[in-house]
Design a protein around this ligand. Structure first.
Ligand SMILES: Nc1ncnc2c1ncn2[C@@H]1O[C@H](COP(=O)(O)OP(=O)(O)O)[C@@H](O)[C@H]1O
Ligand SMILES: [Mg+2]
Length: 229
């Protein structure tokens, strides 16, 4: 019932909400979660933790427009993203959502700089040198993607997503390949981005101390999303 009221806040025009998940349920071979509700506000970062196999990646895929849930809605701009036209959804995914996966889809055989140029050309933005410095990859920008370390590639793919200026970032274990110090730097860069751009972020991680760097922390457990922080 409490969640019903939150739902109504959208109707009455709470424009601080970016993404609203309503009663999400999903299953594959076994039930993963049931009736999950979640609000992401502007300037807010949310971490989702939980055991391997608990359904974190599945939930993130659903929230980020990549997987239709068995039941429930994901509301963005006052509409359930799974009820709008495919083409419109594609545009939202391309222009408004920044999706960061563990397996980064960089164009191999191109330089790091070319990868950024392609992304910025497509979105009409320019390469942000300051961000490259922050992520400590400014000095490898002319190297081929294949010559970069796993951690450098990961930061390059994060830089590429941020240069698109997304309104919502979805990240699945974005710091998975990184040592602790670099992981913290990346978390800081992501958090700074969302605060400066009125954006929001939902990230999945199994590292509890990195999750603590987010404004809110939820745990996916026993089919539910429990707020820890
Ligand atoms: N596309 C799929 N088809 C069938 N089963 C899947 C699919 N994706 C995930 N699963 C299963 O759902 C469960 C949860 O997976 P996942 O969401 O990746 O968990 P987590 O990210 O928390 O480790 C796992 O048992 C996994 O095998
Ligand atoms: Mg996962």
């Amino acid at each position: 019932m409490g969640e019903e009221n939150k739902t109504n806040s959208l109707v009455t025009g709470d424009d601080s909400i970016l993404i609203q998940a309503k009663n999400l349920s999903h299953e594959f071979d076994y039930k993963l979660f049931e009736n999950i509700n979640l609000n992401l506000h502007k300037k807010e970062s949310i971490a989702i933790i939980g055991m391997s196999g608990s359904g974190k990646s599945t939930l993130l895929n659903i929230l980020s427009s990549l997987l239709e849930p068995k039941s429930g809605e994901v509301v963005y701009n006052d509409k359930n993203i799974y009820s709008i036209k495919k083409k419109k959804l594609l545009n939202i995914r391309r222009e408004d959502f920044g999706i960061i996966f563990q397996a980064h889809y960089l164009f191999r055989g191109f330089s790091a700089n070319d990868n950024l140029k392609i992304a910025t050309l497509l979105s009409g933005n320019s390469i942000n040198e300051e961000l490259l410095k922050k992520l400590n990859i400014d000095f490898v920008i002319n190297q081929g993607v294949g010559e970069l370390s796993g951690g450098q590639q990961q930061r390059l793919s994060i830089a590429r997503v941020l240069m698109k200026k997304p309104k919502v970032i979805f990240a699945d274990e974005p710091t998975g390949n990184l040592d602790k110090e670099t992981a913290i730097t990346v978390m800081q860069a992501l958090n700074e981005y969302i605060k400066e751009n009125d954006a929001g972020m939902i990230l999945v991680t199994h590292e509890h101390d990195l999750a603590q760097l987010c404004d809110k922390v939820y745990k996916l457990e026993n089919l539910e999303l429990v707020e820890l922080k």
